[in-house]
Design a protein around this ligand. Structure first.
Ligand code: GAP
Length: 531
């Protein structure tokens, strides 16, 4: 049950609702761009798709790998005392008992007796609030049309009686809603649904069952015959694979506390309402790091890791204003401090990464359930103890969405035309260089291929000769390729090419050797990660 609060409490902030609705269109553009340019596809699309499961296409995979690499470099390569592992998805079922997931990893569900459809009780309430928010938006857009340029949105929101009425209604609902969630009050949740007269979107009826808990873990079976099969779970987080390998890694790596174990891998959660594209998926990837420390030092490390992780995010240059910390007031059973780094997604500020001071809960619990001693022996102080753990946990897909959505920009150019450009941090761009012969003749394609040979060993480089040069530039802009190299007749004569910068569209003629230096400098990982 603690997990349950841990997941939901944070999301119910009035601000998130206000910003969510107004940015709907931008979000639709993000989704369609991701598909059109080969970043993300609906899983099993030709069979009408599988809800909340997505495939990464040719460009999405490159971007995702670059994100992993950026995290791994900062986390493992640059920290002598942090190592990387890759544990199995299938694990002994007792692990999930020890971790608390079997008993507490739940969502509150409610069924409509007429349509037989199942809903998450909290989401029904959330949707109801969103409808009220929609009414506020309608009032705002009506007024903005009426007042034209002199319209002051803040003044309107704080003085218009209808808008104020809607806002008060939302505040009132959120008050009882948060209270019900905090007190694990399933009867209270049902009461809110009844009081708000929420109807089933399918049957239209208010004929609801009681609210029940539903475990989010996916079950599967191990074994050839039904009688002998063992029930297993697909892991809902990668963290437990680290905890159960604590001694293996510490001993074989002769690691001394403080040290960290990092892992990137798939996690699975049977999310009942999985919306918002890759923000909440049923199969997703996490990048987690568990930092093992001496008991009593956790507050110091908590604050250090908060600073470190925020600095990592800021190093990508997506804008400081798009991040904020949200401290958890109600803590999970294993934590003595926890916060999220929230990001300004197209639907408002939401959790991107969690930083949790997990005490000795996990190692102690595994010691108890496995009956194996899991202690660290400190040969300097001559004492043996269960280390405390400081966790940083980020969803790779959420990170993808954060970077992708913030980078997708529609610009109006000086001549009045528009361009869609994916201003990804250059270090993350799927393809770094596009080589474009001005014409498909006169030896220009051949020279282009030679130039690709110069770059492809170090950078993902593509060749494109189709369409007019302007269209090719636009295509690379939409894919986020930072550099277009145009090869023309002068290139054959003097070995210079034109380099066009994706963001500024400035074109410069340079020798290949100069180009190499420029690109190397701009993509130097040391510059990006020196924070
Ligand atoms: N080991 C701690 C843990 O798993 P969490 O807050 O449940 O904590 C960590 O998850 C991160 O994983 C979240 O901050 C989020 O970025 C990502 N995440 C969680 N559930 C997700 C889902 N259904 N789809 C995509 N990402 C998810």
């Amino acid at each position: 049950m603690y997990f349950y609060f841990y997941y939901f409490n944070r999301n119910y902030k009035i601000n998130s609702y206000f910003s969510f609705m107004s940015k709907d269109d931008k979000f639709k553009k993000v989704i369609s761009h991701a598909k059109e340019y080969g970043f993300i596809f609906q899983s099993s699309e030709i069979y009408d798709g599988l809800s909340a499961v997505y495939d990464y296409g040719q460009n999405g995979t490159d971007l995702k790998n670059n994100l992993k690499d950026y995290w791994l470099k900062a986390m493992v390569q640059l920290n002598e005392n942090i190592v990387n592992i890759d544990s199995a998805i299938l694990m002994h079922p007792k692990i999930w008992k020890a971790s608390g997931h079997v008993d507490a990893f739940n969502d509150p569900l409610i069924d409509n007796k007429d349509s037989k459809k199942r809903y998450r009780a909290d989401v029904l309430i959330e949707d109801h609030i969103a409808k009220i928010e929609n009414k506020i938006q309608k009032e705002i857009s009506k007024a903005s049309k009426r007042f034209g340029k002199s319209f002051d949105i803040d003044q309107f929101k704080s003085t218009n009686s209808r808008v104020l009425g809607y806002q008060n209604k939302i505040i009132e609902i959120l008050k009882s809603f948060n209270q019900a969630m905090e007190n694990d009050d399933l009867v209270g949740l049902k009461k809110i649904i009844e009081n708000l007269e929420i109807t089933c979107p399918i049957s239209g009826s208010k004929n609801w069952t009681d609210v029940k808990q539903f475990n989010l873990m996916f079950g599967t079976k191990l074994g050839a015959s039904a009688e002998n099969a063992t029930d297993l779970y697909l892991r809902p987080e990668t963290a437990q694979g680290i905890f159960v390998n604590f001694l293996n890694v510490q001993k074989t790596g002769r690691l001394k506390i403080p040290f960290g174990i990092a892992q990137i891998g798939k996690a699975f959660r049977n999310e009942i309402v999985a919306r918002q594209f890759i923000f909440r998926m049923r199969e997703f990837e996490q990048m987690e790091m568990q930092y093992f420390i001496k008991p009593g030092t956790q507050h110091e490390w908590y604050s250090k890791w908060k600073d470190n992780r925020l600095a990592w995010h800021l190093s990508l240059g997506l804008g400081e204003e798009n991040y904020r910390f949200h401290d958890h007031e109600k803590l999970a059973h294993y934590a003595d401090a926890a916060c999220d780094i929230e990001f300004n997604f197209p639907f408002g500020f939401k959790e991107l990464e969690g930083i949790h001071s997990r005490t000795d809960f996990d190692l102690s619990s595994h010691e108890k359930y496995s009956s194996k001693k899991i202690k660290y022996y400190d040969n300097q102080s001559n004492e043996s103890y269960t280390p405390y753990v400081l966790e940083t946990s980020i969803g790779l897909d959420r990170m993808f969405l954060a970077v992708f959505s913030k980078s997708l920009i529609e610009e109006e150019l000086a001549d009045g035309s528009k361009r869609v450009v994916l201003k990804l941090p250059k270090i993350l761009a799927p393809k770094k260089i596009a080589v474009l012969p001005l014409l498909k003749k006169d030896g220009l394609p051949e020279l282009s291929k030679q130039i690709i040979e110069e770059f492809k060993w170090e950078y993902n480089t593509v060749y494109d000769e189709k369409d007019a040069i302007g269209r090719r530039y636009r295509r690379q802009d939409a894919l986020g390729t930072p550099y277009c190299l145009t090869i023309d007749h002068q290139s054959i004569e003097d070995g210079t090419v034109t380099i066009r910068d994706r963001d500024t569209m400035v074109q410069e003629r340079m020798k290949i050797e100069e180009l190499k230096v420029k690109i190397k400098n701009e993509l130097d990982i040391k510059t990006w990660l020196s924070f």
